[in-house]
Design a protein around this ligand. Structure first.
Ligand SMILES: Nc1ncnc2c1ncn2[C@@H]1O[C@H](COP(=O)(O)OP(=O)(O)OP(=O)(O)O)[C@@H](O)[C@H]1O
Length: 339
């Protein structure tokens, strides 16, 4: 901790104006699409049966948008992120629909699931980048940070000299509050929070169009979480990349997102601006989730959990998957699904 550069720990500290829902909607409408999912279905093919982990997902991620994805465990958040980021691995398959990527360099749109390995290699880090929950699962513990950064930078732009790549790596580390001299360190010599920051810096090494973040702050304490979030927001405002941020923590998403998707049982139950989700979420699941978490920057109020447990995706009910736990379920909810 002593080695960290000072970091702002107040979210939006340098943001002069917090946008209203209408302003966010207008900004996004004026921003070209980056990723478009149409009728996307993702299934895990297992011995126990086919697990419908994502169903009928329709979504447009705009350039520069911060999209939050919230939901309880097993609601399909990571499955969706992996399908959007082309990180999907067997036994997961895209069993329906498609995801189209619209590059910002004006090359032709490409369908994510049919990109060749070469196209994927070219786009990894430069267009599609990611930060996962455990930095140590992504960083190589026995290679100095400097080599890991310079390898990524020079793989995508061989004309960059080792010295320039190293200089850029140092600047990236400083941007996330780590002194440049720590480039000489091995990842295992850093604290958990610094490892996570280093991974965020690495994810930005090739100026990506979008950074997929799957629970990037779950493994660090709350103070470090706020510092990291603050830095992510400042970097995003400065560099303009889009973010897909997955977490079960809705209150965190309310603070950082332009739009929030609420998932349950592999489906979207509601999509809206943070303000809409907070103040006028329509679905009883959205409301239940909202009252399950303490707000990040307001006085703590009484919290109410959602009774019951998420559904078994191998035995989903015919109607709304949330109906068995829903205080407002009617006979129709048990018989028919609307989304
Ligand atoms: N490799 C796998 N094989 C079979 N089923 C899987 C696999 N990975 C995930 N699933 C199932 O897919 C569903 C969605 O899982 P997913 O990890 O996407 O949910 P999540 O919302 O990200 O949960 P968490 O917050 O716990 O990470 C769950 O029912 C899960 O059991």
């Amino acid at each position: 901790m002593t080695d960290l550069l000072p970091a702002t720990d107040i979210l939006h500290a340098e943001t002069p104006h917090i946008e209203t829902s209408e302003e966010i909607a207008a900004r996004l409408a004026a921003s070209p699409p980056l990723l478009v999912a149409e009728n996307l279905d993702v299934t895990y093919v297992t011995e126990a049966g086919e697990v419908p982990a994502c169903r009928n997902v329709n979504l447009t991620l705009h350039r520069g948008e911060i999209l939050g994805v919230a939901g309880e465990s097993a609601s399909g958040k990571s499955t969706l992120l992996n399908a959007l980021a082309r990180l999907q691995r067997p036994p997961a398959i895209t069993s329906g629909g498609k995801v189209t990527f619209y590059p910002t360099d004006d090359s032709d749109p490409m369908e994510i699931s049919s990109m060749s390995e070469e196209e994927l290699r070219e786009r990894r880090w430069t267009s599609l980048s990611f930060v996962m929950q455990s930095a140590m699962a992504c960083l190589n513990p026995v290679i100095r940070l400097e080599s890991q950064f310079t390898d990524v930078i020079r793989e995508h732009d061989p004309e960059v000299s080792k010295e320039d790549a190293s200089k850029k790596a140092g600047e990236l580390l400083e941007m996330v509050g780590i002194p440049a001299h720590r480039l000489k360190a091995f990842p295992f010599q850093l604290s958990g929070g610094m490892q996570q920051r280093a991974l965020i810096a690495l994810s930005l090494a090739c100026d990506p169009d979008v950074v997929f973040m799957d629970e990037p702050t779950t493994a660090v304490d709350v103070i470090m979480q706020r510092q990291i979030l603050s830095q992510i927001l400042h970097l995003q405002a400065r560099l303009g990349f889009a973010i897909v941020f997955v977490t079960h923590d809705l209150s965190l998403l309310l603070e950082i997102s332009d739009r929030i998707v609420i998932m349950y049982g592999g489906r979207f139950v509601e999509v809206g601006s943070a303000e809409q989700i907070y103040e006028s979420g329509l679905h009883p699941y959205t409301r239940g989730l909202r009252s399950s978490f303490p707000p990040l920057s307001e006085p703590v109020r009484k919290l109410h959990g959602i009774p019951g447990t998420p559904p078994d995706l191998l035995g989903l009910p015919v109607g709304c998957a949330f109906a068995p736990r829903c205080p407002r379920a009617t006979q129709l909810c048990l018989e028919e699904r609307r989304n």
